[in-house]
Design a protein around this ligand. Structure first.
Ligand code: HPA
Length: 171
């Protein structure tokens, strides 16, 4: 959970196990009015305040982005299922209980669809090692409406995201 943990898993999957395709599935907070609870977000890019790769990028603002072929396959799979899906930029935060409402406002203003805590570093590592990565997320809570999915609803609602990710992985 979070980018430091993600960095350990992704590094080992790529370097020790030879993984060539990494798809993150998980929950996110919605950041636009049109993005509803239970909708799926396919993350084209992932902005962040910082990532574990900051140490090597230093003053460079590297733009972590998804693999195009995976993204395209995931969008086709979502469309075929009729799942309400949004494709665009997300925000990878370092904290769940955010104390920077001003930053969330800027994210919302700049069209960011949702917030989670891993994708930016996954995309950084995929770029570094020349493998494919994508994040497919289900909206579990909402930063504008403050709605949240009840725990028992999560199991049911997350099925679409899993199927989309599996179809993209093997397309
Ligand atoms: N913030 C960060 N990560 C999340 C959220 C959120 O609101 N919801 C699900 N993962």
């Amino acid at each position: 959970m979070g980018m430091p943990s993600l960095s350990i898993y992704a590094n080992e999957l790529i370097r020790d196990f030879g993984a060539k395709t990494l798809i993150r599935i998980g929950s996110c907070g919605g950041m636009q009015d049109r993005v509803k609870i239970r909708d799926v977000i396919i993350a084209m890019t992932a902005s962040s305040l910082s990532t574990p790769s900051r140490g090597i990028f230093r003053e460079l603002n590297f733009a972590p982005c998804a693999d195009w072929s995976l993204l395209q396959s995931a969008v086709l799979a979502a469309e075929a299922r009729g799942v309400p899906t949004h494709v665009g930029g997300i925000y990878s935060a370092d904290v769940f209980y955010d104390e920077r409402p001003d930053l969330n406002e800027q994210m919302i203003r700049h069209g960011i669809l949702g917030v989670e805590m891993e994708a930016a570093e996954l995309y950084n590592l995929a770029a570094r090692y020349g493998v494919r990565a994508l994040a497919v997320l289900t909206v579990s809570d909402h930063l504008i409406t403050n709605e949240a999915l009840p725990a028992e609803d999560r199991e049911k609602s997350f099925g679409d995201m899993v199927e989309i990710a599996l179809e993209a992985a093997f397309a």
